[in-house]
Design a protein. Structure first.
Length: 520
């Protein structure tokens, strides 16, 4: 047994806390006004905003451990989605610390990378996850706390520091789709700007009830779902992990108003709907139609998935565009036409422009790099001042994503580095090619990358997941594709794979895909 401090409490013990209100964090102050309204529904119970404030006070007191203020010390935490997660996150903020959420799906090397890269002083975990992070903490001589349900600590409450919104609040690690993950630092003011923008655009209200199935180390789940719900006084019902059958069962029980997910989740929900009996399908579809909004993001939504989901649910999925460093920047309208393959217009409080390789804004209809400016844009990359400087141009954040504006609406073409293929003097969008290839009757999923080639500059290469019992040759694919794509866009290499390499939110890891081609 470790002799580290272990702070936990029996679930049955309720400790009532009476303290002077802590000022400085609008999220906490808003929560006080929601009182006994239900904030979080999880497998271990239903919890009010008052419960969340009390539990987060206990977490903050335990983290302070005699100190007056954590003064932006980093606190890495590995806690399962649920009430305890929110209590720990808020407790870190209320103690003056910087919250660093860790991924439940990451192996030890990736957990250790995040913990050491951010210079964490404290590691917090659920008791059952303790074996995954405590050895890392012991090796690096860090303080460790275990939080037991429902998020209370058996220690005296302490006065909590006033926390100014300009303070650093959270470090979220980028997906690492093109390089080693970097820690993007968000201030409390950044988070507030992101949430209020979404609350305005998507008309969040205390009457909303959202089902959360997304990982809570990623901005989609943390900001778009959990924090937006809690800012608005809504209910956030949290599933510890995604399961298509369980989601459909919850849909059919009713009462939900919103659902947000990544394309991979919708693909699996479609498959589960198709496998159901006809009477069950009708109930599933009716449950979807009772909701007011369904959102897709974090990866490109195939048009075929959008159309199939519309036929099942009656919803045209609202696509939006964002990233770890900026939150959400573009969104299709809550009301009004949503065009397949497009991600809408700038959200409230967000400025967006497209810039060419010469650094000058491009005219409508011409492709350019997306650059973003506004109060929601992150402060810095943790410990990487040079990378931070290189990511901004005259106050605009350089996203590295390429888009085009068509009839005033943005359409994403892909990552500047991995989705824009330069072949034979042409610039080709891998996303555009993928959209066409998904129409092939033998292809279930696909991804396209460009590989260096002495003759063409880069060669268009496609990896495909075939439908059950199907076969596909490069020759037959090229013949089919030439009827739908310009010749220079047609793949010249093809591999069939069982699964595409993806990260936790379903984004294809194209650097890993490129290695798969290189190894064959």
């Amino acid at each position: 047994m470790s002799d580290w401090p272990q702070l936990s409490a029996l679930a049955a013990v309720r400790i009532m806390v009476v303290m002077e209100p802590q000022m400085g964090l609008p999220l906490i102050e808003r929560a006080r006004g929601f009182g006994d309204r239900v904030a979080i529904i999880a497998p271990n119970g239903q919890f009010s905003y008052r419960d969340l404030i009390a539990a987060s006070e206990r977490v903050a007191s335990a983290l302070l451990d005699g100190a007056a203020d954590l003064c932006e010390a980093r606190v890495a935490f590995l806690v399962r989605p649920g009430f305890e997660y929110a209590a720990v996150q808020w407790g870190i903020w209320r103690a003056g610390g910087i919250a660093v959420p860790l991924s439940l799906s990451h192996p030890r090397p990736e957990l250790e990378y995040a913990i050491t890269n951010c210079g964490a002083a404290i590691v917090v975990s659920s008791p059952e996850l303790q074996p995954r992070v405590q050895p890392i903490g012991e090796e690096h001589r860090l303080r460790f706390l275990a939080v037991d349900k429902p998020g209370h600590f058996p220690c005296p409450s302490k006065p909590l520091p006033a926390t100014d919104p300009s303070r650093r609040a959270m470090i979220l690690y980028t997906s690492g789709t093109t390089s080693k993950p970097k820690g993007a630092v968000l201030t409390h003011a950044n988070i507030q700007a992101q949430v209020t923008s979404l609350a305005t655009a998507w008309e969040w209200s205390p009457d909303d009830h959202i089902l959360s199935v997304l990982p809570l180390h990623h901005i989609h789940g943390i900001i778009n779902v959990l924090t937006s719900a809690l800012w608005s006084g809504a209910k956030c019902e949290i599933m510890p992990e995604f399961d298509a059958a369980a989601v459909w069962e919850r849909f059919t029980r009713g009462g939900l108003t919103l659902f947000m997910a990544v394309p991979t989740v919708y693909v699996r929900l479609i498959a589960a709907w198709e496998a159901a009996a006809n009477d069950r399908r009708r109930a599933m579809s009716e449950a979807c139609r009772a909701m007011r909004l369904m959102v897709s993001g974090s990866a490109a939504l195939p048009v075929s998935v959008l159309e199939k989901w519309k036929s099942i649910s009656g919803h045209v999925l609202l696509e939006r565009y964002g990233m770890t460093e900026i939150g959400m920047a573009l969104s299709n309208p809550l009301r009004g036409q949503r065009l397949p393959g497009h991600v809408g217009t700038p959200l409230p409080g967000v400025e967006v422009r497209l810039v060419g390789e010469d650094g000058a804004p491009v005219p409508p209809g011409e492709a350019g790099e997306i650059q973003v400016r506004g109060p929601g844009v992150f402060l810095e990359y943790w410990g990487k001042p040079e990378a931070t400087r290189e990511s901004f141009l005259d106050g605009w954040f350089r996203t590295g994503d390429v888009a085009v504006v068509e009839n005033g609406i943005y359409r994403i073409l892909g990552r500047k580095s991995v989705d824009i293929i330069k072949t034979g003097g042409y610039k080709v969008s891998a996303i555009e090619i993928e959209e066409v290839l998904r129409e092939h009757p033998d292809i279930a999923e696909c991804a396209v990358v460009g590989l260096p080639d002495p003759e063409w500059g880069e060669r268009v290469c496609a990896a495909v997941v075939l439908r059950a019992g199907r076969k596909l040759t490069l020759e037959s694919l090229r013949k089919w594709a030439k009827e739908r794509l310009a010749a220079y866009k047609v793949p010249s290499r093809l591999i069939a794979v069982t699964d595409l390499p993806r990260n936790a939110v379903g984004k294809v890891l194209k650097h890993e895909l490129a290695r798969m081609f290189e190894q064959r």
